[in-house]
Design a protein. Structure first.
Ligand SMILES: NC(=O)c1ccc[n+]([C@@H]2O[C@H](COP(=O)([O-])OP(=O)(O)OC[C@H]3O[C@@H](n4cnc5c(N)ncnc54)[C@H](O)[C@@H]3O)[C@@H](O)[C@H]2O)c1
Ligand SMILES: [Zn+2]
Ligand SMILES: [Zn+2]
Length: 391
């Protein structure tokens, strides 16, 4: 079958790979209907995530049709339309039992790298390096889904494939940021980044009762989209002093919850950006934490900063003084999809969340390398390019 493979830093190509097969009785095989580019893939394509090998198939956010089921699978049958959580959870370990699915103890078959980097390994995720399980990704004609009764969810009638697609990863990620960031009715919430993840975090904050939600980016189409489809206020950080503006809009106090949805390749102007970029390119630091610094600086005293953006290792100039002296809570996590997906499908069906606008482009598997280039450089108004192997 055809699949999109990582062949080296900034090199993607469409190759023939062997068809996947069922390996365990809890697996299903899915024929891909649609997958999408995600900001996390950019970190991987750019060589910032360790343990990628040439020929690895990428992609982790997808919907498809079940074509085969293992003998222990109870919740799925051939022909079902499913959306699949990007992180894979076994459903039985202590972490899964506590709804911390991206921390599952059993789905990363290559735990050594995570243990060396982080102390403990994470769960496995589709198409995201051998440090995170080495599972084959979903930008292919077919994909094997392990522990399918836990990670694959039947798409209810009435929700189209494109809308359901983002419930695989971006929608639960955004929801988790607002939920575990502790957003309460009446809060003011600021969100850095108006990609799919930031937009979904902003929407979640509104649905959890935030009084004002202010989203920050520099790309005009994304700012406009966030106002129109999400209902948040926005700030362009290239023309406005964000911290001063947030103080102004919050009676001098600052936001209660700040959600960072930018990640390790954050952009900024000025000397600090050049410094970070040079250090990252020389591999003297793994990550550029610009938006994290800004969120910590802007957050009100005693507030919470939740980091959704992906970071791989160590950062420099982390404002620890602000964290301790302002009494901040700083949290972060990879997404616990299985915890939120059923509730989010209901909210999608009820029209409380809309996602279809994120799919600004639709391409075949053959055109996926070009689509990733467009997504990386945010050209042609691209927010997410949907890859459809059937085209
Ligand atoms: N925690 C998780 O489980 C999880 C899941 C999915 C994605 N992610 C991460 O979330 C982040 C966002 O993903 P995405 O798909 O929305 O990516 P994206 O690349 O589409 O969007 C990132 C946005 O951040 C903006 N940005 C860059 N620098 C900024 C700055 N200094 N201040 C404010 N905005 C800035 C960009 O203009 C862009 O619009 C990525 O790091 C991705 O890896 C995390
Ligand atoms: Zn993702
Ligand atoms: Zn588990």
């Amino acid at each position: 079958m055809k699949a999109l493979c990582w062949e080296g830093v900034n090199k993607l190509s469409v190759e023939q790979v062997p068809d996947p097969e069922l390996r365990n009785d809890q697996d299903i095989l899915v024929r891909l209907v649609a997958g999408t580019t995600c900001g996390s893939d950019l970190h991987l394509i750019g060589g910032y995530i360790p343990a990628m090998r040439a020929g690895d198939v990428i992609g982790h956010e997808f919907v498809g049709e079940v074509v085969e089921t293992g003998s222990a699978v109870r919740r799925h049958k051939v022909g079902d339309r499913v959306v699949v959580s990007s992180f894979v959870g076994c459903g039985r370990c202590w972490y899964c039992a506590n709804d911390l699915w991206s921390l599952c103890d059993n789905t990363n078959t290559n735990p050594g790298v995570g243990q060396a980097l982080f102390g403990y390994e994470t769960a496995g995720i589709f198409g995201y390096s051998h440090a995170m399980g080495g599972l084959r990704g979903s930008h292919a004609e077919y994909v094997r889904v392990p522990f399918a009764d836990h990670g694959a969810f039947t798409i209810p009638e009435g929700i189209d494939d494109t809308s359901a697609l983002f419930v695989s990863d971006s929608v639960p990620t955004g929801w988790m940021g607002a939920d575990l960031g502790g957003v309460k009715p009446g809060d003011v919430v600021a969100v850095w980044g108006c990609g799919a993840v930031g937009q979904m975090a902003a929407r979640a904050a509104i649905l959890l009762g935030a009084e004002r939600v202010i989203a920050i980016d520099r790309i005009p189409e994304r700012l406009e989209m966030t106002e129109r489809y999400i209902g948040a206020e926005t700030i362009d950080y290239t023309t406005t002093d964000v911290a001063a503006e947030l103080r102004e809009r919050t009676g001098g106090r600052g936001p209660d919850v700040c959600i960072e949805a930018v990640g390790m390749e954050a952009h900024s102007d000025g000397p600090m950006h050049l410094y970070d970029q040079a250090k990252q390119q020389l591999r003297l630091q793994t990550d550029r934490p610009t938006a994290v610094r800004h969120a910590i600086h802007a957050c009100r005293k005693g507030g919470t900063v939740f980091i959704l953006g992906v970071f791989a290792g160590a950062v420099d100039k982390f404002p620890l003084g602000a964290v301790i002296n302002k009494g901040l809570t700083v949290r972060g996590s990879q997404m616990h999809g299985q915890r939120y997906i059923p509730m989010l499908l209901d909210r999608l069906a009820a029209g409380e969340i809309s996602t279809a606008h994120l799919a600004t482009h639709s391409v075949s598997l053959d055109d996926a390398p070009t689509a990733y280039d467009m997504f990386k450089h945010k050209t042609d108004g691209c927010v997410r390019a949907v890859i459809r192997p059937g085209l």
